[in-house]
Design a protein around this ligand. Sequence first.
Ligand code: AMP
Ligand code: MG
Length: 340
Amino acid sequence: MKTKQLFLNEEQRQGSLNTAAEILKNGGTVAVPTETVYGLAASALSDSAVAKIFTAKGRPQDNPLIVHISDVKMLFKVAKEIPDVVFRLAEKFWPGPLTLVLPKGENVCESVSAGLDTVAVRCPKNETALELIKTSGLPLAAPSANLSGSPSPTKASHVVADLNGKIDAVLMGEDCAVGVESTVVTLVTHPPRLLRPGAVTAEQLREFLPDLVIDPAVLKELESGEQAASPGMKYKHYAPKKQVFLVEGESRAFCDYVNHRENAVALCFEDEAEKITIEKLVYGSSDSAETLAKNLFDMLRKIDTLEADEAYVHAPEKTGVGLAVYNRLIRAAGFKVITL
Ligand code: AMP
Ligand code: MG
């Protein structure tokens, strides 16, 4: 299959969006920038279209997809028995990086939800993503546009590297502003449960959901046989091909530790770079988890381009957006944590 690269400069933008919308209406697949990561979209109403997403990514069939909508009106087409708090959350956080799990509406095809009777829904903030939903008139099922297991794509070039020849088109947009996937909260459990941390933080959500609990799988490996509340959390994820270790400890101890490693690269904070004598990549500032989130996946991809055999990543704080960064890193590391 030849993958069309659709450009979004001023002259080409409308034509590209029209072409992408046509592909989607005809049951094809299009990668699209969102503010979180690039998504691989197909019609959420068609099992055969959604099947192409699973095939292109090599995604396990039991890992459900998020449905993207352009406004709250569209929510009624994809979900049912919507509690009032959803409208308050939508008012505050949509469009934006918050996904809500609700009882599934009849129109959404089976394979989107991998057979569950719930559906995960969000309204993205990125203009291109919103316009694509509006132009196609379809709710779009869209997981991250990477090969399953590899770091999520935050640049159009990441999508091309992973999926060229496997999907119908890529909208060649800007780098993703947030850089980690959306926060996922299920409202079908009592109390509501944070399944995946993202840029909308647990602290912000508790203003609306005071009894919100954080699913244990956010920060630790599931025991074998333990049931995942969010099927995606049981898989190894976001991982470079090299072995990654997540290192917890204060700055001086981290620098000292990595300086004694051989054939290794350090992924560190800005102010640590000059103290590190081995190969290093900087992923942002320790006091701005937003910068760490934005650069994280690009840096995890860069690790694979280096000679080093192993990577040692300095762990961020587990609060605010830092919790999302930590959650992705612990999976990239296959739960190998070194505490100094
Ligand atoms: P991705 O599409 O790669 O961003 O991953 C979507 C995440 O949302 C995965 O971790 C899924 O397991 C989770 N998810 C999607 N739909 C549901 C659902 N109905 N119930 C629970 N988790 C879901
Ligand atoms: Mg993904």
